[in-house]
Design a protein around this ligand. Structure first.
Ligand code: TYM
Length: 334
């Protein structure tokens, strides 16, 4: 608890261009939860280097992501928006937690298996212990709730297991976090292969809508989305493409699936896809406009980066000191 409010932590990687999946699965929910909780939203640049990055490009993307957090509606006066690499406690706690996480647990992580198969030339230990760093991110702030998309739930489970194990040995050190999945949009699928999740790293750019896509591109991608030959807008197992477009439409308009299905009863896929495109444009365009305005104000963003890193450091250090004491590190002499 901070000032009688429960704590929320989440983060996003600054690699690749953010997709509509990142927005609907995570960022959109962050904005709705930010009044209820004391929130920490990190740009997790330390996670990003588990895959080779161009340094200048990573720096630029990290700054753009932080700016995008604000553009999407997170007030930097109320929410702590910061770079993970500006708070060294993340790395320090991750090391300690590495000594309490089992290889057997990490071996089961599907994201590791998936990434390792894609980056066979660079299966580094960072990629392997990535979920432990993620656990450190969350536990450092004693987070009660962690809003993520479905693909991160396995990592969150690991975080809970490690925290419970640690508490079992040393007493109530960590708050055990709960995951938070949005009702709709927790797993947005590829527009071209709707059995696969929409991903920043998809080589087929038609498979993903990027947050910075212009309206024509968004509409074109929606119109080209793979569907089926049933010619009926319904939420059925055997219509993964239509289901995904319905999820996108509902998440963008805040309508229920039932309402949306009724709305498109008797209408063709062409009309439906246009409506989906319009709904996405109406959500993304204001964010893009705000992003462009904010990007020109260097001093404002710099000041947020500095002030929020200080705030994050303050809370992170509190937990880290407690953990260091529990595991038996000598006290500092002042
Ligand atoms: P990342 O950067 O891959 O994704 C950021 C968020 O977007 C969600 N997401 C999706 N949601 C719905 N449909 C999709 N197609 C889709 N694709 C991505 C992700 O679930 C995530 O919530 N390891 C994390 C970042 C991280 C983190 C943390 C998150 C590091 N430390 C601590 C929470 C708490 C990641 O790589 O997310």
């Amino acid at each position: 608890m901070i000032d009688n409010k429960k704590v929320l932590f989440s983060g996003m990687q600054a690699t690749g261009d953010l997709t509509l999946g990142n927005y609907l699965g995570a960022l959109k929910n962050w904005v709705t939860l930010c009044d209820e909780y004391e929130c920490f939203y990190s740009v997790v640049d330390m996670h990003s280097i588990t895959v080779r990055q161009d340094p200048a490009e990573l720096r630029k993307r990290a700054r753009n992501l932080l700016t995008l957090y604000i553009a999407a509606g997170l007030d930097p006066e109320k929410n702590c928006l910061y770079y993970q690499s500006h708070v060294s406690a993340h790395a320090e706690l991750a090391w300690i937690l590495n000594c309490y996480a089992y290889m057997g647990e990490l071996n089961r992580m599907t994201q590791f298996k998936d990434k390792a198969s894609k980056h066979t030339e660079n299966i580094n230990t960072g990629l392997y212990t990535y979920p432990v760093l993620m656990a450190a991110d969350i536990l450092l702030y004693q987070a009660d709730v962690v809003p993520v998309g479905k693909d991160q739930m396995q990592h969150l489970e690991l975080c809970r297991d490690v925290a419970q194990r640690f508490n079992g040995i040393y007493g109530e050190v960590f708050t055990i976090p709960e995951g938070y999945l949005g009702k709709i949009g927790a797993k947005i699928m590829s527009l071209q292969e709707p059995e696969k999740k929409m991903s920043k790293s998809d080589e087929n750019t038609n498979a993903s809508i990027y947050l910075m896509d212009d309206p024509d591109t968004i509409m074109r991608k929606c119109k080209r989305a793979v569907t089926d030959s049933k010619a009926c807008v319904s939420y059925e197992e055997d219509q993964p493409g239509i289901r995904n477009l319905l999820d996108i439409y509902c998440a963008c308009t805040d309508k229920s699936t039932q309402e949306a299905v009724l709305e498109f009863e008797g209408k063709g896929y062409g009309d439906f896809k246009s409506a989906v495109g319009e709904s996405v444009i109406s959500v993304l365009l204001p964010i893009q406009t705000r992003f462009k305005e904010l990007s020109t104000d260097k001093a404002y963003i710099d000041q947020i980066i500095k002030a929020n890193a200080e705030k994050a450091n303050y809370y992170a250090q509190k937990t880290l000191r407690k953990v260091q004491k529990k595991v038996g590190f000598p006290e500092r002499i002042r």
